[in-house]
Structure formats: C-alpha cells, structure tokens
Design a protein around this ligand. Sequence first.
Ligand SMILES: [Zn+2]
Length: 296
Amino acid sequence: MTPPRTVISAAASVAAALVVAGCAAPAGGGAGGGGAGEDGGLDVVTSAYPLQWVSERVAGDAARVSSALPPGTDVHEAELAPTQALALSDADVVVTLPGLQAGVDAALDASPPERVVDVTDAAAVVDDDLHFWGDPLRLADVGDDVAEGLAAADPNGASGYRARAGELRADLQALDERYATALAPCRGAVLVTSHEAFGYLADRYGLEQVGVAGLDPSVEPTPARLRAATAAVQDAGVRTVYFETEATDAVTRALASALGTGTAVLDPMETAPADGADLLETAEANLAALEAGLSC
Ligand SMILES: [Zn+2]
C-alpha cells in the first residue's frame, strides 16, 4: 500500500508549506524550511521583473532571487505552471504586488509561503494603476521595504540588505535627477503611448499620458480611447507615438500612420530584457527616447 515515492515527496512538500504558513517558524529555520535555507541563503521569489530587479539589488550575494514568471512573458497575461506555483509556496520570501499578476495571486492564496513582502504601501500605488516602477523614487521606497522583509527573514543579513537598499536608492535618486533635468523643458507635454504603463513617470515629470490601449495592453482599445488619442495628437502637436517593445500594437501603428506622427519605443520595464540589460540602462534608453520624441 505504499504510494510511489514521488507522490510522497510532493505531498510532504505541500504539507510542509501549509504547516509553515500556519505558524510562526523560528528564525533561522529548521527541517522543512523557515528563515535562511539549509545552505544559509534565503530563497526569494518575485512576481514581476521590476520586483525581481529591486530584490536582486537588495539581496546581493546573500539570497537567491528568481521570478515566478517564465522569462520573457508578459506580466499581465502570464500563466503559472504547477512547478512555478510550487516555487512560490516553497520560497522563504515572496516579493509581490497583489493585483499585478493574477496567477501569482491565486498561487499565494492557495498555498501561502512562509513570508510575503507586499509592496503595495511602499509603492504608494494610486487607483488601479500598478505600474509604479516608472517613478524611480517609488522604486527606491520599495527597495527599503524589500530590505526590511529580507532582514526579518534573515536577521544576520539585515545590515547588508539595508546597505544595499541605500546604494540602490542613491542610483535611483541619480536617475531621477537626470530625468527631472532632461524633461524640465517638456513640462505639460503630451505622452501618447500604446500601453498605459507610464502614469507614474508622467506624474513625476509633469507629462500628460494618453494611453491608446489602457492599463492592460491585451485589451483592445475602445473607440473612445482612439478618439481621445487622435484629439491629443492634433491638439497638442504630438510628434511621436510610443510603442512598447513586446506588443504587436497594430491599432496604435495604424493611428500613428493615419496621423502622420513618428514612432519610437518606450519600454514599460515589465519583462526582463533579453539582452541582460539592467533596469537602469532601460530607464536611460527610455529617457533618450522621450527627449528625442516629445514636443518640448
Ligand atoms: Zn503593464
């Protein structure tokens, strides 16, 4: 009557995750997980690329950081494989923004991990728009939040996590200053984007975002949105319509063609760059595209 070994280990793993989730595990961990892993490093799983990038910066060499999503998948649409859902429940720490990735939310509900860092408050998200990473200073605040979450799970590493969050903040403040200086002449300019992923960037630097496809790029633009984008292009003398790298954007392309504007790429920074570029490099490329294409 002995079940196959693989069934036992899978069931034991889920049971261990449930037990750990239901009680306060001792710091430092014991058999079955809790705190730092057996080799001394935390296992951190994140639900979106900006959170992965921040967590990697804060973790340094003291923790292993991975993404729950397959590489290159769209955060709005990705579906989790069972192994990815299991990686979430087995993690020492999950860093997530509820609402951004439905598959991650469902997996965390079904089998909660030991510790979740919910960055909603640190990111200071407004209304339904979760694309907070367009604002470097919100990213810095999330870095501090992640550092505290990792420190709680691994108190021995606390000073390192906090120091690296401080270095991250310095890099992001420098990025913010470059954006603020470069875009100061553009205050009030209209930013027409296919995917409405730049609301926080627009707010910080005084731009007015007009999204053709809305917050979720997989939803087709409505006639009302197309009319609003057309009016914005005509009224504000918009020279450039911005596309995201990974979307097909047929409707927005047709709009740009019909209105005679130029086009350029603005990366929503939702997907890890295939070329291994750092988020800061992508943000710099976005700034160059804004300087070249905005009417200011
Ligand atoms: Zn998005």
